[in-house]
Design a protein around this ligand. Sequence first.
Ligand SMILES: CC(C)(COP(=O)(O)OP(=O)(O)OC[C@H]1O[C@@H](n2cnc3c(N)ncnc32)[C@H](O)[C@@H]1OP(=O)(O)O)[C@@H](O)C(=O)NCCC(=O)NCCS
Length: 182
Amino acid sequence: MGERRFDNEELLTVRLSLRRPTMEDVDTIHSIHSDRRACAHNPADLLATRADAEDRHRRWDEHWRRHGFGYWAVRPRDIGQPSAPLGFCGIKVMRLRDVEVLNLFYRFDPSAWGDGFGTEAATAVVDWATSHLPDRTIVARVRPDNTASLRVAAGAGLHRAEHLDAQGEDGLDWIFASRGTT
Ligand SMILES: CC(C)(COP(=O)(O)OP(=O)(O)OC[C@H]1O[C@@H](n2cnc3c(N)ncnc32)[C@H](O)[C@@H]1OP(=O)(O)O)[C@@H](O)C(=O)NCCC(=O)NCCS
C-alpha cells in the first residue's frame, strides 16, 4: 500500500497515552479478551489461553510492521511508573463491501468503563487517521445492542451509514463511517 512509516508514534490526549503494544502487554490482552463482559457483544473475539493472547499480539504487531499503524495500548498518561493498559484502541486495514477501509476498534477493561476513556481514545485515533491517512474511510462495526460502543463511535465523529450495514462474525453489524463509501 506504500504506507508512510509511523512506528514509534505516541498519541497523547488530556488523560491518556496511546502506544504500540509490546510483549509486556500480552497479559492485559489476555485478561481483557478472556473477560466475558468485555466480549459480550463480540464473543468471536474471546481468547481462552495466554498462548492465544500471544498470537493476538503477534497479529497486531504484524499489522504495525506492514502498515506502520494499528492498535494502540491505552494508559493513563504522566503517572510516572509502569502500569497495565486500561485497554486497546486503534485501526485495522480491512475490506468492507470491496472497499479498503480502516476499521476502528476499542476494548477496555471493565474496571475502566464509564469515565470517558473509550471516547477519548477513539477520538484521538480517528483524529490521527484523519490527519495521517486522509484518503481512507474510517468505519466502526457495532452490534446494534452495544449502546456504549454506539455512543463511542458517534462521539469519535463517525456517522451512521445504514447502507453499509453487514453481517459480521457475531451477527448484524451497524456501520458508522467517517464519510460515505459506495
Ligand atoms: C465500548 C467501550 C470501549 C466504552 O468505553 P467507556 O470508556 O466506558 O466509554 P465512555 O465512558 O467514553 O462512554 C461513551 C458513552 O457510552 C455511554 N455508556 C457507557 N457505558 C454504557 C452502558 N453500559 N450502557 C449504556 N451507555 C453506556 C456513556 O454514558 C457515554 O455516553 P455519551 O457519549 O452520551 O456521554 C467499553 O464499554 C468496552 O470496552 N466495551 C467492551 C468492548 C466493546 O464492546 N467494544 C466495541 C466493539 S464494536
